[in-house]
Ligand binder design. Sequence first.
Ligand SMILES: [Zn+2]
Length: 301
Amino acid sequence: MSDVQLAVCDIQGDTHGPCLLITGGVHGDEFESMVAIRRLRRLLSSANLCGRVLLVPVVNEPAFERKHRCAEDGLDLARTFPGTSTGTITQRIAYAAARLISGADYYIDLHTGGTTMSVWPLAGYCLHQEPRVLDMQRRMARAFNLPVIWGTDPSLQGRSLSVARDANVPAIYVEYLGAATCSSPGVQAYVEGCLNVMAELAMIDRPAPSSLVEYLIEDDRPSSGHMQIQNPAPCAGYFEATVELGQVVDQGQLIGTISDPLGDQIVEVRSATRGLVLVLRTFPRVDQDEALAVIVETDRR
Ligand SMILES: [Zn+2]
């Protein structure tokens, strides 16, 4: 079985400094990440860089080729880390990417909601047990400068960030919309966010922008941060949301309906908590138990 060769761009600065890894396309249908990293490649020059930047625009090329979240073995790469060198294609990609992650000093993983979901722009991290790592992750998330900062359950397994956590590599992931499109503002926010983090790490000179952060939410309950298990659909059908991303909803508020083909049977879906609509399903056809939304608790209106 052949080794997986990830397409990596390695930019060495003229002066010594930390190694920052930035990955995109862990899921094959998340496009802002891919475009932003290619743009970063053109922007970064060794002359103005302290340290080293490793860029991987499309980690999961087999999934991208299929126009899908996952490669042909059906495994979700973001649940497969650290992978194995002798497994299926997704397991081997995880293995190759895990070696890059654990060898870096800092790590940023760019995602979006993919084909079926859309995510209010956020920078997330695990609530790491090691104060030094957690503090750095908070700084990186704040520097990335998206509206929401979300610290979650440190025990989640199988993620790219799980590899970083176990290697004590400060790491954040970011999300920006999705819905099977590539948002230009999302690409721009990702480029600027990565540059802002590099400035925070003293790898480049760049003035700090004014902060766009509106929410700082930390939740260490088990499975907080697992987007695919919250607000599951009570039945299959056609999902129509009645709320918008970024909106604050009350407990019990209608967030959408699921309809049968004639519209005779309409099932209402209500929010289990009061909070911010962080993730919303945008692909109308839904199976029973698929996620419809992630709503995170907040006191703000
Ligand atoms: Zn993703």
